[in-house]
Ligand binder design. Sequence first.
Ligand SMILES: C[S@@+](CC[C@H](N)C(=O)[O-])C[C@H]1O[C@@H](n2cnc3c(N)ncnc32)[C@H](O)[C@@H]1O
Length: 391
Amino acid sequence: MSTPKRAAKSATKRAPKRKSRSTTLPRNEILLGDCIEQLKALPDESIDLVFADPPYNLQLEGDLLRPNNTRVDGVHQDWDKFKDFASYDAFSRAWLGQCQRILKPKGALWVIGSYHNIFRIGAALQDLGFWIHNDIIWRKTNPMPNFRGRRFTNAHETLIWAGRDQAARVTYNYDAMKAGNDDLQMRSDWLFPICSGSERLRDHEGRKAHPTQKPEALLHRIILATTNSGDVILDPFFGTGTTGAVAKRLGRNWIGVERDPEYAAHAELRIEKIKPLTGDALDVSRSKRAEPRVPFGTIIELGILEAGSRLVDEKRRFKAEVRADGSLAFEGLQGSIHRLGAEVQGKSACNGWTFWHVEAEGKLKSIDLLRQQARQELGLGDARPVTFAGE
Ligand SMILES: C[S@@+](CC[C@H](N)C(=O)[O-])C[C@H]1O[C@@H](n2cnc3c(N)ncnc32)[C@H](O)[C@@H]1O
């Protein structure tokens, strides 16, 4: 393989000669060198998500030929070769251990692999105290056939998604995944083609720049599902920078570690060309449950609604008075917006936020809109400016 026309420029950092642990985190950079050494230099608890596509230890022997005698473009590089399983395990446990150290308390890790290595990686993860949340089957629409015809077509790869430890409350954008899947829960079997066509990076002689470049679609789903805008994603086996390219497009920070300067140079040129999405395009769907909690009393305290105001239901059957402590009163009954809403209707439960309304200029506005205004005033989450229907 030959280098791309321009060599990696300043954003690619060579491993310093003497490694000491840094207190600052490099961002949006490729760190050139061995990942275990490079990871050792990064600060504790500084990374939101690791995505790792490590050597699979494929143990390929000799050339594989197609029926027409052409050679299959397999993975024959030295970086995929290990003396035995014991040395592969020692390597895996060393880089996984470093990833665990640099992950934030809520941090998580993804590893992709095949039957050659994924079971060993899974055991290492559990031994180290990672907490597995899912394994994902990436089913390939266009897998390589089994040319010798002696086995099933190997048509999938496996990804493991694990928290740093059992206590890690990892990010999962459930509603975004469901919305993007036509309102059905996203499942653990994903269908994507392998990387091909214009997405596949090539050198100036038209050869593949990297034997195992992953499809961007895979990273798109992973990053959208398990990170938020502005998070830092680290890939210890960066290759041609698929993780960095998708992270940049989706408004996340990235750090790549790669020991081969040619791959790193391809990655750098690729990422440079990516235009990040901006504004609303980056927002993810969230359920009401996921929004920061603001009690009704806070709306009174902030002066968004005055004590003594009247709240009504949508059909104006019940007119309750708002009291200074954030409770409501109606014909001798009193209670929270939820309890009073339930009592006046003779029901056991009621969502007071959608039941009660304020009247302004002849129009009814749900008090849920006042709650959004309160979130905005309190600077909580990504609350949007409140607009009322008709405005
Ligand atoms: C499976 S490939 C990753 C491909 C990448 N996901 C992509 O889409 O281009 C693994 C990469 O890890 C690199 N690598 C292998 N051992 C490494 C090590 N100890 N430290 C850093 N990089 C390493 C290899 O050079 C190779 O580019």
